[in-house]
Design a protein around this ligand. Structure first.
Ligand SMILES: Cc1ncc(COP(=O)(O)O)c(C=O)c1O
Length: 448
């Protein structure tokens, strides 16, 4: 979407909506909204127009890309844009060091490579995450150990981490899923007790905060993604943040074929490495996208908080809770649980379909990763069998089945994407109207 709505327009629209369609919408008006038939049954849509599209860009991005094009300096070794982006991202997050990478997966790969995690090692991860969190561990022939989900917050259940630690554990890799913080107090406490590094998967959590500190700056390192769907976007891209100067240099070397910052002609560090560098085009694009990231983040926060207040009033809809240490969620995803018992038994699949038909795009989110065939298949992988043995791999399969809360969550979750939170407040009212309408007609929808 080209940026069309300026700040003044936005404030104008939100305040009008705020005055006319505030939380205490008169019940007579609410009644009119819910009385209409659901779109699924031939009625009018609760929302006839689309939500804000993504990405947002204008001449700022055009100029940035052309500037790099005409400079002829397209890779970080010759240009300045990636280094400038790293400086700006450090300023934005308060981190001491930033290493831009080609994507979020490569940011995670860089940190695990930097820790020299390999065959025989175990890394603790949540099962409620994007597959990349799992893949980076497996790629190093280390064993991912799933710790069950806290169904209330959708995050890793930090109280269950300690029981999963063994003498082979080499790192804790929590994910700030949906951009909301995992329980970092508890995670850092357990990590300290067991002298384990924490690598935060903050790939969805740009500008999220825990006790006033930016997510991705609390553990040894934090990893970010700038893939197309993310709140900060360069198509593909990523970054590692760390306050540890030695680890920063190790990560820099790893992402640059094991080569150090240029002080001599061929500065090989002697450590492992790969080419995981960001291009100058992406660096400059990110600098342009950063000119609006704070305003967009504020807008998401405002809309998400309002939507939560609306949805909390609907029986059977439970928005994901935030831990008390949360000072900001990045709201990469707006997530809630759906209880079909309060919707006349209408199953989640049909609820999602009906909501989409109302003009509110939604999804059921992640599957049960810990028991998916692509994960269980690892127990048959010849390399893993060689490193861990048949008995350990069978035991691992058993362990993986021990995430009952994650299973429950995967059956109940509903997601909205971040760009749906970028419009006026009225959009949130229409989302809530659509859900109330479905609830009122749930019996008929269940029969249809
Ligand atoms: C939680 C999480 N971790 C890691 C990644 C991987 O990032 P990328 O797609 O940039 O490689 C993603 C991307 O969606 C993610 O959501």
């Amino acid at each position: 979407m080209k940026a069309q709505l300026n700040r003044r327009d936005f404030i104008g629209k939100t305040s009008v909506a705020g005055a006319g369609l505030a939380l205490g919408l008169p019940s007579v008006l609410r009644g009119a909204q819910t009385a209409a038939k659901p779109a699924q049954l031939g009625g009018p849509k609760a929302r006839a127009t689309g939500f804000p599209s993504w990405p947002v860009y204008d001449q700022t991005e055009e100029q940035a890309l052309l500037e790099t094009l005409h400079s002829g300096q397209w890779f970080r070794g010759s240009g300045k844009a990636v280094a400038r982006f790293e400086d700006e991202y450090k300023k934005l997050t308060g981190a001491k060091h930033c290493i831009a990478t080609s994507c979020g997966t490569s940011a995670l790969t860089t940190t695990l490579g930097g820790l020299d995690i390999g065959p025989g090692d175990e890394v603790i991860i949540p099962p409620y995450t994007f597959v990349a969190t799992y893949n980076v561990v497996v790629l190093n022939y280390a064993l991912p150990i799933f710790v069950d989900t806290d169904v209330e917050t959708f995050q890793i259940d930090a109280n269950k981490i300690e029981a999963a630690i063994t003498k082979e554990t080499k790192a804790i890799l929590p994910v700030h899923i949906g951009g909301s913080p995992a329980d970092m107090d508890k995670i850092l406490e357990v990590a300290k007790t067991h002298k384990l590094p924490v690598i935060e998967d903050a790939c969805q959590a740009h500008l999220g905060e825990w006790r006033g500190r930016k997510l991705g700056t609390l553990g040894l390192a934090g990893c970010f993604s700038f893939q197309a769907s993310k709140n900060l976007n360069s198509g593909e891209g990523g970054a590692v943040l760390t306050d540890d100067s030695d680890f920063a240099e190790i990560c820099y070397n790893f992402h640059n074929q094991g080569r150090m910052r240029k002080t001599v002609a061929f500065p090989y560090s002697g450590s492992r490495g790969s080419n995981l560098r960001l291009t100058e085009f992406q660096g400059n694009l990110l600098l342009a996208q950063m000119t609006r990231v704070i305003e967009q983040t504020n807008r998401r926060t405002e809309n998400a908080n309002y939507l939560t207040r609306l949805l909390e009033e609907i029986p059977g809809i439970t928005p994901a809770k935030l831990y008390p240490g949360t000072t900001r969620s990045a709201y990469h995803l707006y997530m809630f649980r759906y209880d079909k018992a309060r919707f006349a038994g209408l199953d989640r699949g049909k609820f999602l379909q009906a909501l989409s038909r109302e003009g509110v795009p939604c999804s059921g989110g992640y599957g049960v990763m810990n028991t998916e065939p692509y994960v269980s298949g690892l127990a048959k992988n010849a390399r893993f069998l060689k490193v861990y043995g048949e008995k350990r791999m069978q035991q691992w399969l058993e362990q993986n089945r021990n995430c009952p809360q994650n299973e429950k969550l995967c059956a109940e979750a509903v997601w909205f994407t971040q760009s749906m939170l970028l419009g006026p407040r009225e959009d949130m009212d229409q989302i809530a109207d659509a859900i109330r309408k479905i609830q009122k007609h749930a019996g008929d929808l269940a029969k249809a």
